[in-house]
Design a protein around this ligand. Structure first.
Ligand code: 2BA
Length: 109
């Protein structure tokens, strides 16, 4: 079994959730915040059997789009000494950022 940890953009949340449910995947959704943009995103935890790993990755990929976003200045919390940027900087935000972890054991009571 694998634990898939997928960080998706908030705007893709409903589409991804509907597709996962339609395909019979269980998941837990956690509201999260990106450390760089400080924008809301969603973190999904999915426990999946090894043989369905590829399938769940395809569902995630098909339903989450990469988008360009503009950042006008570094967050003072992150870079206190950085000067303000003159012009907004374009940043491409995934798609999805996905980690796949081996599950040592799984229990449900
Ligand atoms: P954020 O941290 O808000 O990052 C949003 C986007 O900003 C990133 O998109 C990337 O294109 C850019 N970015 C992030 N850190 C940067 C930096 N130090 N310098 C320049 N550009 C930077 P994605 O890579 O698609 O990441 C989307 C979200 O996924 C991230 O939101 C974060 O919440 C999460 N994420 C990405 N990589 C991660 C990692 N290695 N560990 C944990 N979470 C991660």
């Amino acid at each position: 079994m694998k634990l898939v940890l997928a960080i998706i953009q908030e705007r893709d949340g409903k589409r991804v959730a509907d597709a996962l449910a339609e395909n019979g995947f269980f998941y837990t959704k956690i509201a999260s915040t990106g450390g760089f943009l400080r924008d809301g995103n969603q973190t999904l935890l999915l426990g999946v059997e090894d043989e369905r790993l590829q399938e769940v990755l395809e569902v995630l990929k098909a339903n989450s789009d990469a988008r360009d976003q503009y950042v006008s200045l570094p967050s003072p919390d992150v870079m206190p000494s950085a000067p303000l940027l003159q012009a907004p900087v374009r940043v491409t935000v995934g798609g999805a950022v996905v980690f796949v972890l081996d599950v040592e054991s799984f229990h449900r009571w």
